[in-house]
Design a protein around this ligand. Sequence first.
Ligand code: ZN
Length: 413
Amino acid sequence: MKINEKQLELVDKQIKRILASGNYYSEVYKKAGITGVSSPEEFAKIPFTDKADLRNAYPLGIQAVPDEDVVRIHSSSGTTGKPVIIPYTSRDVDDWATMFARCYEIAGITAKDRIQITPGYGLWTAGIGFQAGCEKLGAMAIPMGPGNTEKQLQMMMDLESTVICATSSYALLLAEEINKRGLKSKIKLKKGVIGSERWSDAKRKYIANELGIELYDIYGLTEIYGPGIGINCPDQTGMHIFDDYLYTEIVDPVTGEVLPDGEEGEIVITTLVKEGAPLIRFRTHDLSRIIPGECSCGRHYPRLETIKGRSDDMFKVHGVNMFPSQVEEVLGLVDGVSSEYKIDIAHDEIKNRDIIMLTAEAEGRVDFAVTAENIKKLFKSRLNVTPKVTIVSINTLPRSEKKTKRVFDHRDE
Ligand code: ZN
């Protein structure tokens, strides 16, 4: 989707503000001779920004406003290296809440709803984003934060929560608990707003059926406000992204070439009005595509397909590029297998070849040996690799409230 006049004007303002601020990116743009932007062609030449830059600018190098204008910081989890700090002005905080409230509205959630919020609070953008949007909407926030499943279920029943906000892993854990304890008739949930990670159709169906709820995917990342910058509508044709705050591109994750609407690649986002830490052409490493055309719901916001995975989660075995989403797709085809799995990749020095070991869960009613054989065959035919497959009982693999790490590469050890 080509950048429009209004968006270009806003980016031009953003660049001029960045240059005047003397922040990390002002140096980058000065060196590159960038003074502003007046055409889509010029925009396409602006260098990408990436998480690595933000780490270099740690702690507050990307701040583009005076200290007195900053009201809050958030930090993204640093699994590798330094964390990233994002400063927010009061307008940024308010814009984010406005977008988040819009997400709830699109999902059909109203001021009458009671929203149980299980994502974490603190440095992360998760919990507080869900809460600010809820308060902006006028609904009742039940700010649980993560964990303590016992208490989550108690509050869910006593307060008659109508909306659950969670990661897909935690929603799955809650659905399994509710199922196990036979509590389904005692809960009043109608909708789930699920954030932050790619999840399979099998998992989605299980959660929707067990909890009897409609599910909505919320999109966002700490560097760009946080969760709540886009959500799918009841027509379920992809996530609407708010183009009055953000301009979204899809690029080839390897070459950086901008791809036409409809083609799959990496999401790149430009903030149009963000003050504390404006980012131009930020590489999210999330994989998706822009869905061409207009949604049947009548909203004009552009749409992104549900996140396919992360370009940096891609792993290579025998020279074949693989994504966790492909593994999930294969597992979704096998009877009795859950959506949880673990992959270990090692190198056999003697045979000089990579070995892929897959651990998957299956229900007790199916034959584990037959199931393992089926998975092997599907991998061979669809992905052209043959893993060693181990089947374990359901609930053996770890469930977590945060993003679950599923691929372990032991080849460099
Ligand atoms: Zn729609």
